[in-house]
Design a protein. Structure first.
Length: 124
């Protein structure tokens, strides 16, 4: 009697384990980036420059790392000098009655106030 040997072909190799793991990691990264983009587009991400009771209403650059900033707090407006290494209080103003209704004239007032502050003796 004659016996025949049946040789079965192995199933197709789906890929190396390294390619499978790399593909899965790439898919997860794409999913995270897509979720972050959707969250940002729908407005669920917090706004960066406003904090409860604190709002930067004006800012002027004096140099590459120096700025003068007007910050509105609950009961006052603070004029701050901001450098790379420190923040100094320059002046305290009364609270603005209508901070939402600012006009371009307030920019001229800010400029005049800055000139007066810079002309004071004893200030450098």
């Amino acid at each position: 009697m004659k016996t025949q040997a049946i040789v079965s072909q192995p199933a197709a190799v789906p890929g190396s384990p390294l390619a499978q793991v790399s593909g899965a990691l790439l898919g997860i990264i794409v999913l995270i980036l897509a979720a972050a983009w959707v969250i940002k587009r729908l407005g669920f991400a917090p706004r960066g420059n406003k904090t409860r009771g604190l709002n930067v209403s004006a800012s002027a650059s004096l140099g590459p790392r120096e700025r003068v900033v007007i910050v509105d707090v609950d009961d006052a407006r603070l004029v701050l000098g901001v450098t790379a290494s420190s923040v100094n209080l320059l002046h305290t103003l009364p609270a603005a009655a209508g901070s939402a209704d600012e006009t371009p004239a307030s920019a001229a007032d800010f400029q005049a106030m800055m000139k007066n502050l810079l002309k004071r003796p004893g200030r450098s």
